[in-house]
Structures are given as structure tokens and as C-alpha cells.
Design a binder for this molecule. Structure first.
Ligand code: FMN
Length: 508
């Protein structure tokens, strides 16, 4: 038992993916599928139909077509481990019923804690080593997740490990990558993402960038890998903080990088900046809920080694939320993107913030901020602090700021404030054009979605200031307030009616 941010947490170290799966099984959070499932579209379709609005189970596929023979080295695939708030609570060592609002708060605290990893000599991930001609990515059950994908995507939930060549600080991010031959993985890389920053530095030194893709470990890896952990901070330190225990790392075989010793599968390799080495990648069903339809030549991983434990479990996920069907990234993002935004506001010195929430349906692309506004322009200060933070690269496109009487976990409350406290003619809507942003956003013109040319997308960011406008004169007819009272009866009037409630024939 440990304490973070005033909340008591149970041990949250599960050792490996099997330990996490076992914890989910015991909690009734897992559905094992023993019927044969085709890796070709059927598996991904099952996930999208089972995940619901974050209320579906985690899934363990035990019988995958073409990977259910006796000589198959990898027979199982796990997904959805972080597709619900109850499972995120488990990852933090909290009771499963902990509400999202509390998860954001605990996440804020943990993101500011660090537990450094420790290096160990070896671990289960070294039980098997494939090199040279033995390397073949399709020895593992890599699905074609969606009908419209350009191919089979091996990197959908892998922790992509790179390091800054100047500081050796390791970054772990989740980035997509497609199988383009037995030892080639083209990837989508934006220069504004942290591994894109590393890549630029390796290129400047005239060297290929070493990479290690970690497929399958504890939930803290996907959670931090998909989160905008500040540049220069290693996700391994934050994983340690989530677990309350250091991450055990082993050195890779063919690249100078470190990976979790208890991982399922690690793919090692190099990415060259030479355009002649680029290979076609895409389309892919993206986090926006739309396909990114471009198939273009992209930086490509040349795989030098694959290590894996005995009977490894493949880990992957589908991307994209649609009304009624949320995948893991949007559920996770609603917590980590809100927590990161709140921390960014605090470190920028914006006062009075009482809650931050980016709903899962768009993975925190729209962000609601609740504040006690005490001076004119405070909402604009909040928006500018957010947009200047590197975490805003693929999020916080539209920022809503509301007063402290509005519950931002209640869409209707936010919409009510939008309707009655926003006057675009009075400066409540601010547009900040031609910004950096998510290049995958289909509302962005196609020419502006080129990662190689621009390194980012092109967003106009919008602030909806739905706070009561402090630029208005206090009104003497309203006791010096700027807004009239709402129609809600007074507390005293309500108490009097409540006392006679049953008398009026109401049941409760
Ligand atoms: C399942 C999943 C898939 C993702 N795919 C990509 C991707 O293909 N490319 C990308 O730039 N970001 C992708 N992201 C978002 C990044 O992981 C996220 O922006 C993270 O902050 C990147 O790490 P970094 O901040 O260290 O660059 C994905 C996130 C998740 C959870």
C-alpha cells in the first residue's frame, strides 16, 4: 500500500503481461475467446463490436487462424487491457469503481513522481533470439486490423523505445508501423513527436536511429507511451512511479537501448534518414475515427533482431473512437491528456483551476477547463498556456473554459454554459490560426498533412470562453453581480418542499 496525492494505492506491479491478464481474469474484466478467429479483419471487427463505450471486457484471443499449429511460436493475442476506467483504476492500484475525475487527479500526481529503472543482466524476454535469416515478423500473429488498412500492422500498441543521442535519455512512445516484408517496418513519424526529435538529432550526426519495439508488458507501458510525458523525462521513470517499483531493464542484443526484462516480444532495428530506404505505408484506421488514407513512402525500420519469451502473447489494439465504440487510446487519453493539461496549467502559473476533462469520444482533442476566474483574461491565459505546451501537438484543438459552478463531466452543463455565457461579438471566441497540430485530422487540407514536409499538421485552435465575462460592468440591479440569478429555487424553498415531498405523492 502506498499513498499518492492523498489517495491510498495498492501495489500496482504485475511483473509481466501474464500477471496483468491474471489480475483482470480474477476481477471479471477479461473475456477469453477460444473459438478460431481470423487475423484478417475478423479479429479487429470483434474488438470494435465488443468494446462498447468503454464498458467492454479486455480480450484474450487463444485460437488465431494460421497461428494455432503445434509449431507456432506465438499463439495468443491480448487487447483492450486499458479500454475501461475500471481497468485504468486497477493499473493505478485503486478500487475499480474510482471515477474518472479521481483518476485524472491521481494521474496528475503520478506524472510528477519518478522511480528510476534498474538494469538487470537478463530476463524472460531473452529466452529466444532471432537474427539474420530467421527474422520474420509474420511468425507472430500480426492482424490486418481493419478492412481498409494498407496491410498488417505490427506496431499498434508497442512501446517504441529510442534515445536522445546527446543525453542517452530513453523515450517510449506508441507509434504505428506496418509489416513491409519479413524484416521491414515503415512507420509514421512526426518530427514534433519525441521520437521524431530524436530522429532529427541522429540524422544530424549522420547516423541511423536505433529503435526497440516492446510488444506486451505491464499496462503502465502503454499508458505512459501513449501519454505526452514531458520531453527529456523518460517514460521508464513514470512507469516506475505508476507501479511503485522500478522497471527492470535489459540491454538489447543489436542496439544500445534498454527494454523491460519481462516483456513478451522485442523487435530491434535501425531507421535510416535516407529517402532511398523509405517504403510505402498506409492507409490505417486512425484515432480520429477516420481512415488516414494516404499511402506514402515513410522512414523504415530495418529489423536486426527479435527476442521473445517462451509462448509469448502478442499485444495490439485498434485505434479510433466512434459514437458507441471507444478504443483504448481514447479512454486512456481522456485521463492522461487531462492530467497533463492540468499540470501544464499549474506549472504555467494559471490560478484557480478546479477541474480539467477531455472526453473519450475525441481523445482529448476538445478540452474542458473549469476555473474560479478572478480576473479578466484568465481563460485566455489558460488557453495560451495549453497551446504553448508540447503536449498540445495532437490534442487541445478546442478549449472550453467554464466557471466553477459548471460540472465538466456533464456534457449538458458545458453546453448550457456555451449557450448562455458565450458571446462571440464580445471576444469570447478566439481563433489562433496556422498552429502546429495533428496531421491526421481529416479537417486539415491534404497538402498540410505531410509528415516529411512539415513534421506536423496545421490547426486553427479555438478558445470558447464560456465563463461569465468579467469585462462587463457589475450591475447595481443585480447586487453588483454581472449575471442574473438562475431559476433554481433557493435552498430554503427546496428544503421546505422536500419536507412535504411524500405528501405530494412523490415516491422518492
Ligand atoms: C494506441 C495508440 C496508437 C498511437 N499511434 C500513434 C502514431 O501512429 N503516431 C503518433 O505520432 N502517435 C501515436 N499515438 C500517440 C502517441 O503515442 C502520443 O502522442 C505520445 O505522447 C507520443 O509519445 P511522445 O510524447 O514521447 O512523443 C498513439 C497512441 C496510442 C495510445
Amino acid at each position: 500500500m502506498s499513498t499518492s496525492g492523498g489517495l491510498k494505492r495498492d501495489k500496482a506491479a504485475f511483473v509481466d503481461l501474464s500477471g496483468w491478464i491474471e489480475a483482470l481474469r480474477k476481477a471479471g474484466e477479461l473475456q477469453a475467446i477460444d473459438a478460431e478467429v481470423d487475423w484478417d479483419v475478423e479479429l479487429g471487427t470483434i474488438i470494435r463490436m465488443a468494446q462498447g463505450k468503454g464498458d467492454g471486457p479486455a480480450l484474450l484471443f487463444n485460437n488465431i487462424k494460421d497461428y494455432n499449429r503445434n509449431d507456432t511460436i506465438c499463439r495468443q493475442l491480448f487487447t483492450g487491457g486499458q479500454g475501461s476506467y475500471s481497468r485504468l483504476a486497477m493499473m493505478f492500484g485503486l478500487p475499480r469503481e474510482t471515477p474518472p475525475r479521481e483518476l485524472v487527479k491521481i494521474c496528475r500526481t503520478i506524472f510528477q513522481e519518478r522511480v528510476a529503472p534498474r538494469v538487470v543482466k537478463t530476463g524472460p524476454v531473452k529466452q529466444n533470439v532471432l537474427k539474420g535469416d530467421d527474422i520474420d515478423l509474420l511468425k507472430f500473429p500480426v492482424p490486418k486490423w481493419n478492412r481498409g488498412d494498407g496491410g498488417r500492422y505490427v506496431l499498434t500498441y508497442a512501446g517504441c523505445v529510442t534515445k536522445d543521442p546527446e543525453t542517452d535519455v530513453h523515450n517510449v512512445g506508441i507509434y504505428r508501423g506496418e509489416v513491409a516484408g519479413r524484416d521491414r517496418i515503415p512507420v509514421l513519424m512526426w518530427r514534433a513527436q519525441h521520437w521524431g526529435g530524436h530522429f532529427a538529432k541522429w540524422q544530424a550526426q549522420g547516423k541511423d536511429m536505433p529503435v526497440a519495439y516492446v510488444i506486451g508488458w505491464e499496462p503502465s507501458m502503454g499508458f505512459t507511451g501513449g501519454a505526452p510525458v514531458p520531453r527529456g523525462v523518460s517514460e521508464y521513470d513514470v512507469m516506475g512511479a505508476i507501479r511503485g517499483e522500478p522497471v527492470d531493464l535489459v540491454k538489447c542484443e543489436t542496439v544500445d537501448l534498454y527494454v523491460p526484462a519481462n516483456a513478451e516480444i522485442v523487435i530491434e532495428g535501425y531507421i535510416s534518414g535516407d529517402p532511398a530506404s523509405f517504403t510505402p505505408e498506409g492507409p490505417y484506421a486512425e484515432f480520429t475515427g477516420y481512415y488516414a488514407v494516404e499511402r506514402t513512402r515513410k522512414p523504415t525500420t530495418r529489423v536486426t533482431c527479435i527476442t521473445y519469451r517462451d509462448n509469448p502473447i502478442f499485444r495490439g489494439t485498434v485505434e479510433g473512437a466512434l459514437p458507441g465504440s471507444y478504443s483504448e487510446n481514447p479512454i486512456m487519453s481522456s485521463v492522461q491528456r487531462s492530467a497533463t493539461a492540468w499540470n501544464a496549467l499549474e506549472s504555467a502559473g494559471v490560478p484557480g483551476i478546479t477541474d480539467v476533462w477531455g472526453p473519450p469520444i475525441h481523445a482529448g482533442v476538445n478540452l474542458f477547463v473549469r476555473m474560479n476566474q478572478t480576473y479578466r483574461g484568465q481563460a485566455k491565459q489558460a488557453a495560451m498556456a495549453l497551446w504553448g505546451n508540447s503536449a498540445a501537438h495532437v490534442r487541445y484543438k478546442h478549449v472550453w473554459v467554464v466557471d466553477d459552478d459548471i460540472d465538466i463531466h456533464d456534457y449538458a452543463a458545458v453546453d448550457w454554459a456555451f449557450a448562455w455565457r458565450v458571446n462571440a461579438g464580445e471576444g469570447d471566441v478566439l481563433i489562433y490560426p496556422a498552429n502546429f497540430g495533428a496531421g491526421l485530422d481529416p479537417s486539415t487540407r491534404r497538402r498540410d498533412r505531410d509528415p516529411l514536409r512539415f513534421g506536423t499538421g496545421k490547426w486553427a485552435r479555438v478558445l470558447i470562453d464560456a465563463t461569465i465575462n468579467l469585462d462587463y460592468e457589475p450591475d447595481p440591479d443585480l447586487d453588483g453581480k454581472r449575471y442574473p440569478p438562475t431559476v433554481a429555487p433557493t435552498e430554503a424553498d427546496q428544503a421546505a418542499v422536500r419536507a412535504r415531498w411524500a405528501e405530494f405523492g412523490f415516491k422518492k
